[in-house]
Design a protein around this ligand. Structure first.
Ligand code: FE2
Length: 451
């Protein structure tokens, strides 16, 4: 395990300063242990009669107690106050444009859909306020499916905290960085990186360098894990050592604050007399993490033809059906294209899985025009899609030299469920209404007399 200590003192941490540089532990799904004060972590037992420093012990269970060992997830938190110590009852508050499956606001258009980047708001907008749902899929109450969102943030949360009881949160920054202060410690991400916050983990989202925009997958189903590699073997794709989980860092404040909870598709709020990010030590395997997508080691065809895009799966949320993902996170990073006598862009395609795509930076090879960084495309269940006419004409006649796809990072949230577009997304002025007919521009090339 490769652990890097925070750079500021325990005294600063105890004073509730949000200036600690994040430190991380390497590995995926490890049984981590970390303490921000020496001796804060009980040794050899989880729940001593009295915890060190007068802390409370609290277990956070991410799986049923009885889940098989390979999927059993829980963490023990040693905190200044237990989570139950909030002052008032929860009251329902405005959830803005955040929607949860099942959500049938509009009929699902039977067409490919695409959006230009959603414009940043001019008003001060926190992460909780700036969430806009584009699609929902499955049923959050049944712990199946996902919500695909865009987040727009122009102000840091101050004395405000949030947790999501409906799903795990996968952040994909596109413009501007985020500092996610979690109960488990600090995570900083920038475009090109991702972060995963497990269901129920409290966070405060701050800006790092100006307004931020990105994509968010709210995974209602099984926790994201690494896909099996099969014949690829023990290396490449996303390697476990490149996943980083924060070292413990805590806030000890008695300031009044507000906790928002998304629970059952409704936003609730209550008042606290302290920061809930007051975990001094923790151990377990249910914890947030970050990953740099540029460390993904792509594997692909080295002579001819295409492998399926599943070779680009970074993380997968399994369903109860083997091989059928609740959600996959798939990326299309920098890589070499070398296949001979091969149409190299993605092929024309219909798919039982539905595909929500975004572009972090660069250009996506199958859509050289109109799909720009910050944009979104949706190719829904069993709806045809593929390269546009410009991509086809070029790729089917170009001389096939080894070619490096440079400075590009597209991604896909791919789910087994049909995605339902929200009313907001259907009516958004960023929606490219002409996109649904891009396929009509493809020409007939059939030459019956000449093979
Ligand atoms: Fe596809």
């Amino acid at each position: 395990m490769n652990a890097e200590r925070p750079t500021t003192s325990d005294a600063q941490a105890r004073a509730g300063q949000a200036t600690i540089a994040p430190g991380y532990m390497s590995g995926f799904g490890n049984g981590f242990e970390t303490e921000a004060l020496p001796g804060a972590l009980p040794i050899g037992r989880n729940s001593p009669q009295k915890c060190p420093y007068g802390l409370y012990a609290e277990q956070l269970s991410g799986s049923p107690f009885t889940a098989p060992r390979a999927t059993n997830e829980r963490t023990w938190l040693y905190r200044i106050r237990p989570t139950v110590a909030h002052i008032g009852p929860f009251e329902q508050v405005d959830i803005g444009l955040w929607r949860t499956a099942p959500c049938h606001e509009v009929d699902v258009p039977i067409a490919p859909m695409r959006w230009s980047p959603v414009a940043m708001p001019t008003a001060p907008t926190s992460f909780v306020e700036g969430l806009r749902t584009i699609t929902t899929a499955g049923d959050a109450g049944a712990q199946a499916g996902m919500g695909a969102h865009v987040y727009l943030v122009t102000r840091s949360m101050e004395h405000e905290y949030f947790y999501d009881a409906d799903g795990e949160l996968l952040f994909v920054p596109q413009s501007g960085g985020l500092r996610i202060c979690t109960e488990f410690g600090l995570i900083e991400i920038e475009p090109g990186e991702i972060a995963v916050i497990p269901r129920g983990v409290k966070i405060r989202v701050e800006l790092r360098d100006g307004p931020a925009r990105g994509y968010l997958c709210e995974n209602y189903g099984g926790a994201f894990t690494l896909p099996d590699r099969g014949p690829i073997g023990a290396n490449c794709l996303a390697n476990p050592r490149d996943f980083l989980t924060p070292l413990a860092a805590f806030e000890d404040t008695d300031d009044e604050s507000r906790l928002f909870v998304k629970w059952g598709g409704v936003m609730w709020s209550t008042v606290l007399d302290h920061s809930p990010l007051d975990v001094v030590a923790w151990h377990g395997n249910y914890a947030p993490y970050k990953y740099d997508l540029r460390r993904y080691s792509p594997v692909g065809p080295v002579l001819f033809d295409h492998a399926d895009p599943s070779i680009f799966t970074v993380l997968t949320s399994p369903s109860d059906t083997p091989g059928t993902a609740n959600v996959d996170l798939v990326i299309f990073p920098d890589r070499w294209a070398v296949a001979e006598n091969t149409f190299r862009p993605p092929w024309y395609h219909m798919n039982v899985m539905s595909e929500f795509m975004g572009l972090v930076y660069g250009q996506y090879e199958a859509k050289p025009h109109g799909f720009v960084p910050g944009g979104i495309s949706l190719h829904n269940t069993m709806l045809p899609h593929g390269p546009d006419v410009d991509a086809f004409e070029k790729a089917s006649s170009v001389e096939l030299k080894p070619h490096r796809l440079e400075a590009t990072m597209a991604f896909m949230f791919e789910t087994r469920f049909m995605q339902r577009v929200t009313a907001y997304a259907a009516q958004a002025e960023e929606r490219q209404r002409e996109y649904q007919s891009y396929g009509r521009r493809l020409q007939k090339h059939f030459t019956p007399d000449r093979p």
